[in-house]
Design a protein around this ligand. Structure first.
Ligand code: PMT
Length: 402
């Protein structure tokens, strides 16, 4: 599951396992999480702030006073900012501070201020871990609702072997991912997304297509994935780097192929997003051989393609949600409203080619969102990932969702 858009506060305390927090940071960042690290003073005996700030791409914090940026070293702000406060490794000392409300450094003050869920991954020697004082501290933290990532067994820094090793970073990542998936609002929901362009073959080497890069559709797919949905993507030919394994992914070329794939899945879907730029026309015939340039002009007969959104819109069940896009160059609002009704969408996202920063290829978009209920929302120019979040957030305003 992608952690895109998730804000994770990673606490690192003084333990030999602190070196693993570098690997953990890298894994979290790779999955798209924004990671802010707070180190206890003794953590820096085991790993340098420079290593962790390089990997997290943010300054590492350890004291109350403000740094040059002036904003981060506020434990209340940090506590409010995070979606998850993960402390890995957590030493016996910091466990005890958390359990008893001791507030003598930035990390423990942030713990007391955090409104988000807290996960801790203890690391210590096996006898320390088994000590009743530590075990009762762990139970106390559990009783506060904190999530304990049990220490794993194996070789310990002391040379002894037993339970006490910090959970491996890959296992922590899996816990974090399943934590977000379990609280995700679209858990159990199936979402279909058409995206990218279609290619309509003229002959074995040429086709008619458009400039869609698939960026908008992919941003939506990632947004739904990060909120727990099972995401079925039907993509026209794109050249984006995608981790297709996170999705139920089908590559198609033509509008006909896209329609057939979408039609097959449609009845099982809860939400369908039509973000693809589907060619409206296709050559009446595909020339079996490469068309030769014999004449000054060349006429090609085109026939209308199937309209995927209109066809599936006619089959839409009462509990299904359909979201469409309108890409316009003129009479934007009128055309979008017309498509909203004609294609039986619950909402339509208008992007205008006249707006700079909006439309094909770019990493940004600027949209107007029109609900069938009459509600409308306008965005600024924002990264497509944020536009996707805005669109997904609008689903709660669709009557059949409530
Ligand atoms: O991929 P990017 O480079 O990031 O660009 C994003 C985008 C501009 C392609 C995207 O945001 C967008 O606007 N997609 C829809 C473009 C489009 O085809 O608009 P339209 O107004 O022609 O179609 C209206 C709706 O009907 C769309 O939801 C479209 O997917 C759907 N449609 C259209 C024709 C057709 N034959 N079948 C369809 O399903």
């Amino acid at each position: 599951m992608s952690l895109k858009g998730k804000k994770i506060l990673l606490g690192v305390t003084g333990s030999i396992a602190a070196y693993k927090s570098a690997i953990l940071t890298r894994l979290l960042v790779k999955e798209g999480a924004e990671v802010q690290i707070i180190m206890s003073a003794s953590a820096s005996d085991f790993i340098t702030p420079l290593t962790l700030s390089t990997l997290s791409k943010k300054p590492v914090l350890s004291r109350f006073q403000k740094d040059e940026t002036g904003v981060w070293n506020n434990h209340v702000e940090l506590g409010l900012w995070a979606d998850l406060f993960l402390v890995a490794p957590i030493s016996a000392n910091t466990l005890a501070k958390f359990a008893n409300g001791i507030c003598d450094n930035l990390l423990s003050a942030t713990y007391l201020s955090a409104r988000c869920p807290v996960m801790v991954a203890p690391a210590m020697d096996l006898d320390m871990y088994q000590h009743p004082a530590v075990q009762s501290t762990i139970q106390r933290l559990e009783s506060f609702g904190n999530i304990i990532l049990d220490a794993e067994s194996g070789e310990l820094a002391s040379g002894l072997s037993g339970q006490g090793r910090m959970m491996e970073p890959e296992h922590i990542l899996a816990k974090v991912e399943s934590f977000f998936a379990s609280k995700a609002e679209f858990k159990g929901k199936k979402v279909l997304i058409t995206m990218g362009p279609t290619q309509e073959a003229l002959d074995p080497v040429r086709y008619i297509s458009n400039h869609s890069s698939g960026k908008m559709g992919l941003a939506l797919a990632e947004a739904f994935l990060s909120r727990g949905a099972e995401v079925f993507v039907i993509s026209g030919p794109i050249s984006l780097k995608v981790n297709k394994g996170s999705f139920r992914w089908q590559d198609v070329k033509s509008a006909k192929e896209m329609y057939e794939a979408a039609s097959e899945l449609h009845s099982q879907m809860d939400i369908c997003i039509f973000a693809a730029a589907v060619a409206d026309y296709t050559p009446a015939e595909i020339a079996p051989e490469k068309i030769k340039k014999n004449d000054v002009t060349l006429s090609i007969d085109l026939v209308k393609n199937v309209d995927i959104a209109t066809n599936l819109g006619a089959r839409k069940k009462q509990n299904q949600i359909h979201i469409g896009f309108a890409l316009e160059t003129e009479k934007e609002f009128d055309n979008a409203q017309r498509k909203l009704i004609k294609k039986n969408f619950d909402l339509i996202v208008l992007n205008s080619m006249k707006e700079s920063g909006a439309g094909f290829q770019l990493d940004t978009n600027k949209v107007h969102i029109f609900h069938a209920s009459g509600l409308s929302v306008e965005s600024e120019i924002l990264p497509k990932s944020q536009i996707a979040t805005l669109i997904v957030d609008q689903i709660k305003n669709i009557p059949v969702w409530v």
